[in-house]
Design a protein around this ligand. Structure first.
Ligand code: PBG
Length: 330
């Protein structure tokens, strides 16, 4: 033995499967997953979404079946997004407040059939507006903060009354978390949680989602006056601090993989539950690389999800949730 050869060998603990398992610093289980799904009207309907290969819109009966599947797979929570036909879209997105809209019907159906599964609902007007923005637009095309927040409160209450467990405002209006929290408290909805999309970036990775909810061709301009700029990290910490002070139970960083640094900083600074949204464009990118023969799906899915856990996430919203849970359940 020469002095150049090491006695301390980090490969030692990697040398067998049992030892790698024993030394794993991070675990990923189906309980870390939130499964986002798209609802469409009708019955017995499944509509594949071209830009999200492997993901479909389902009518309420199919959504209930997926929620049961989630339960069987050990996935604790589903996230719901409605496809709204053009005739129900208006400037003010008023269908969001209809107590019998598709969202509310799906929430009630899931809570009837599988009450053990948590239901997370998105608060933002974009599925319902004719211009595709998350709020009300003034004559100059600006998304107005305070009157939008007034509507978002009503949308959140509408979802909570239908049985939503986690209200997830994704609109990025200032002040809405505190306003929604006090409205929920005012109705005695003390245990309805708020997961704030606290650090949500104006991202190029949302394209397939906009197809899925039927707002792709409609969006006028972009969302840069309310969603964050990719160059900013300190601002993300300020957003998180505000949402926590206003009463958020957990916070989200979105998109996921391109913003792992933000996740680490939020977790380190605030020590609160942090979630990542691995968004539609990330899903599509991974699937495209599999289709091109550049990578192997199962490995890519588990590696990316593990990255979120390693960065400090409590859980991940991912369109690969069911597939990942099947892999993890062996
Ligand atoms: C609505 C909303 C969006 C997403 C979730 N909620 C789109 C957007 O902000 O334009 C995107 C999710 C995804 O891409 O998977 N405000």
């Amino acid at each position: 033995m020469t002095a150049a050869y090491p006695a301390l060998r980090l490969r030692r603990t990697r040398s067998s499967g049992w030892s790698r398992r024993l030394h794993a610093e991070t675990v990923l289980t189906p309980a870390d997953l939130i499964w986002p799904m798209f609802i469409v009207g009708g019955e017995g309907v499944e509509q594949p979404i071209d830009s999200l290969p492997g993901v479909s819109r389902w009518s309420v009966d199919g959504i209930v079946a997926r929620a049961k599947e989630a339960h069987d797979l050990g996935i604790p929570c589903v996230a719901l997004f409605p496809f709204t036909p053009a005739e129900l879209k208006t400037d003010d997105g008023r269908e969001a407040l209809n107590p019998d809209n598709l969202m509310c019907r799906a929430i009630r159906a899931i809570k009837d059939a599988v009450p053990e599964v948590g239901v997370l609902t998105d608060v933002a007007l974009d599925p319902y507006t004719s211009h595709g923005h998350d709020g009300l637009v003034d004559a100059a095309g600006y998304v107005v903060n305070d009157s939008t927040a007034d509507l978002l409160i009503q949308q959140a209450l509408n979802q909570a009354r239908a049985g939503a467990d986690i209200i997830a405002p994704s609109d990025m209006m200032d002040g809405r978390i505190g306003m929604i929290r006090s409205a929920l408290e005012g109705e005695g909805a003390h245990n309805v949680q708020i997961m704030s999309y606290a650090a949500k970036y104006a991202s190029g990775f949302y394209g397939p989602f906009r197809d899925a909810v039927g707002s792709r061709g409609l969006l006028k301009g972009d969302k840069k006056t309310y969603q964050m700029d990719a160059s900013n990290a300190e601002e993300a910490l300020r957003e998180v601090a505000l949402d926590l002070a206003e009463g958020a139970d957990s916070v989200m960083v979105k998109p996921g993989l391109p913003y792992l640094d933000i996740i680490v900083r939020v977790k380190t600074r605030f020590e609160v539950p942090v979630f990542a949204y691995q968004v539609s464009g990330e899903y599509a990118m991974l699937e495209a690389s599999v289709a091109a023969g550049a990578g192997e799906r199962d490995a890519l899915v588990l590696e990316t999800l593990m990255a979120f856990k390693r960065a400090g996430c409590s859980g991940v919203l991912t369109y690969h949730a069911a597939h990942a849970a099947r892999l993890l359940n062996g």
